[in-house]
Write a protein that binds this ligand. Structure first.
Ligand SMILES: [Zn+2]
Length: 253
């Protein structure tokens, strides 16, 4: 029977940036790979900081920014060789009261009660997909959307094993990235996955598919290439539970 891996991505790009090579390797091994992104809701007539986040990517106010990003995500999934991605209908932080870039990396707002809704959605997603392996973020970098996902997902008590990824590009942007949830993961063993040439190529192609993010995040495709190269063809996780033994042949050292 075909086995299923479920990747829980906060934003449209996180799973690919952080674990795309692993997803490509799993697909090449015959796994079904479901990439589900949490914050993908279109919000019409954005204002204030939310609008600024769109304008600074060179997109006019009337453009459906999230529809464009969902299309990028579909292209990225094709590049990885995985199933068409799943898009959950939750609003990104700038649409939940976070009003500036620093606020995106500060404390959770007391009126941001999205966690309970996320936990419900995760339980349903796990029930629908029946995953044999889950991949999810550690919230390295401390983005409030990533923190909400980790907290809610843990609260939903997912079946094991879970590979918790280190959130790229926060991992390479500063020497000591913020890790607000470090205590949750510190005791779990580290698991590395080596990307073969094919997985590395697929990951690079999938990352470039997020064209609206590349300039803002990396200053362009060359910057992305340099940042990816800094990861040395390895993706790093903390492992909760036990991996299926046959994955050792698939680069899981
Ligand atoms: Zn993100």
């Amino acid at each position: 029977m075909m086995r299923t891996a479920l990747a829980i991505s906060p934003h449209l790009d996180d799973a690919v940036f952080s674990a795309g090579g692993t997803l490509a390797r799993l697909a090449a091994q015959g796994w079904q790979v479901v990439m589900a992104t949490v914050f993908t809701a279109s919000v019409m007539n954005p204002r204030g900081f939310a609008l600024a986040c769109q304008l600074d990517k060179g997109l006019a106010p009337e453009v459906d920014y999230m529809a464009l990003r969902r299309d990028e995500d579909r292209a990225a999934a094709r590049a990885l060789g995985i199933d068409a991605p799943v898009h959950l209908p939750f609003r990104e932080a700038p649409h939940r009261g976070y009003a500036s870039a620093p606020e995106l990396f500060a404390e959770l707002r007391s009126d941001d009660r999205i966690g309970a809704n996320l936990a419900d959605a995760f339980e349903r997603l796990v029930a629908d997909t029946g995953p044999d392996l889950i991949l999810a973020p550690q919230a390295v970098g401390g983005h409030v959307d990533h923190v909400q996902v980790v907290r809610a997902f843990r609260g939903a008590q997912p079946p094991l094993p879970v590979l918790w990824w280190r959130d790229f590009p926060y991992t390479v942007r500063t020497a000591e990235p913020k890790e607000p949830l470090r205590a949750i993961f510190a005791h779990l063993p580290e698991q590395i996955v080596r990307l073969d040439a094919e997985a590395g190529r697929r990951k690079a192609e999938a990352c470039v598919a997020y064209a609206s993010q590349i300039g803002f995040q990396f200053g362009g495709p060359e910057g992305l290439r340099d940042r990816l190269a800094a990861e040395d063809g390895i993706e790093r996780f903390h492992l909760q539970g036990r991996l299926p033994p046959d994955l050792r042949d698939a680069g899981f050292a």
